[in-house]
Design a protein around this ligand. Structure first.
Ligand SMILES: Cc1ncc(COP(=O)(O)O)c(C=O)c1O
Length: 375
């Protein structure tokens, strides 16, 4: 089957390197390698740099080293054999669609969404049913609307929480309801948890889906909250048979992740509490300044407060052409946002809340100037 262009990835690839103020990115400010090593040393891992010098750059166990799978498995209270280390969450999702969906199956996916979560299902031959998050509900997921989409043809229910791009969050009760419905129809739940751990305003962080049921596959990554997208390390936490199937397909594509990234990922997971704290602090400062800025610009934007994650998705009041808006903003002010057209909702923009708060403040000032110029 022909591929469907992945709009948000192409937008970012075209503009990201030229942006002076990158408010398009969905992860927190990336760490330098030296910063990661310095953090490790400060946390008592004094031999971290020397261990890297000694690292043999060969193949290793292809599902990911046991050291890394152990660390990931511990996050879910499962066995290392129930984890597959992947090239980012994106490879995990892709392998899951490849391994779990047969042509003719139905897949239910949230919409709007990170496009992979419905397009890759369609590319695997599935009939995709969209569970729409409606702006008029403030993007709060309507469980009854999901229930109406479910029947025994549904093989996979695909959810993403905290959600890209709306910032909505499924709480534990909602996750349990979805898992119970999946049980009723013998489906699986793919829960993309790339932004797990970030809930705004002191709200409770819901448990990862795989901790609630073996029907759930949790997918996550070091790219977003850990600020380590360049390592290209993600994973899926599932059951052994699902891991086996995904691993079987992966043998044909990338064999394994990079040995160097695997070693650095072990260090990063040992530092997870500190890195998560760093992410929460950056995002909280940015959200606070974006909220104040949105009040100032109530005539330009309809603000939908995100409940979690690292992005928000306000509506443009003065134009429905977000792509022209974002191109102009990039050309005139060097500020990168993501047009809602990349999420098939062209009257919105996605604003990232992970950049350095000083850069976000300057970027927002430039957006104000751009808006003033448009009268
Ligand atoms: C919901 C979601 N899943 C997966 C990914 C891919 O992330 P990774 O860098 O881990 O491949 C992204 C990236 O934006 C995302 O937003």
């Amino acid at each position: 089957m022909a591929y469907t262009p992945f709009l948000v990835e192409r937008w970012m690839s075209a503009h990201e390197q030229r942006a002076r103020f990158n408010l398009g990115e969905s992860g927190v400010q990336p760490l330098r390698l030296g910063e990661l090593l310095a953090l490790a040393e400060a946390a008592g891992r004094t031999g971290a740099r020397r261990e890297l010098d000694e690292l043999v750059l060969t193949y290793d166990e292809t599902p990911g080293t046991l050291e890394l799978r152990r660390r990931v498995a511990a996050l879910y209270g499962i066995e290392p054999e129930e984890v597959l280390i992947t090239q980012g969450a994106i490879e995990a999702n892709y392998l899951l669609f490849r391994a779990l969906v047969e042509p003719g199956d139905a897949v239910v996916s949230m919409f709007p969404a990170y496009q992979q979560l419905y397009s890759a299902a369609a590319m695997a031959g599935a009939e995709v049913r969209l569970w729409r998050l409606r702006p008029e509900d403030g993007f709060v997921p309507d469980l009854r609307a999901l229930e109406r989409l479910l029947d025994r043809r549904v093989r996979l229910i695909v959810i993403n929480t905290p959600h890209n791009p709306t910032g909505t969050v499924l709480d534990e009760a909602a996750l349990r309801t979805i898992l119970a419905w999946a049980e009723d129809i013998d489906a699986l739940v793919l829960c993309d948890e790339a932004y797990h751990g970030i809930v705004h305003g002191g709200g409770t962080v819901p448990p990862a889906a795989r901790t609630l049921s073996p029907r759930a596959v949790s997918v996550s990554t070091l790219s977003k909250t850990m600020g380590l997208a360049g390592l290209r390390i993600g994973w899926l936490a599932a059951t052994r048979p699902i891991v086996e199937r995904c691993w079987g397909y992966r043998d044909y594509v990338t064999i394994s992740v990079s040995r160097l990234s695997d070693a650095l990922a072990c260090l990063a997971l040992d530092l997870r509490p500190q890195l998560l704290e760093r992410a929460r602090a950056i995002v909280a400062r940015n959200l606070a300044q974006i909220e104040v800025w949105m009040e100032r610009h109530a005539g330009d934007f309809e603000w939908v407060a995100p409940r979690g994650g690292i992005v928000c998705f306000p509506r443009l009041r003065r134009t429905a052409d977000s792509e022209a808006f974002c191109r102009g903003l990039m050309e005139q002010e060097g500020v990168l946002l993501v047009p809602g057209s990349a999420f098939e909702m062209p009257d919105r923009v996605r604003i990232g809340m992970g950049e350095d708060p000083g850069v976000v403040a300057s970027g927002l000032e430039r957006v104000s100037r751009y808006l003033a110029g448009k009268g």
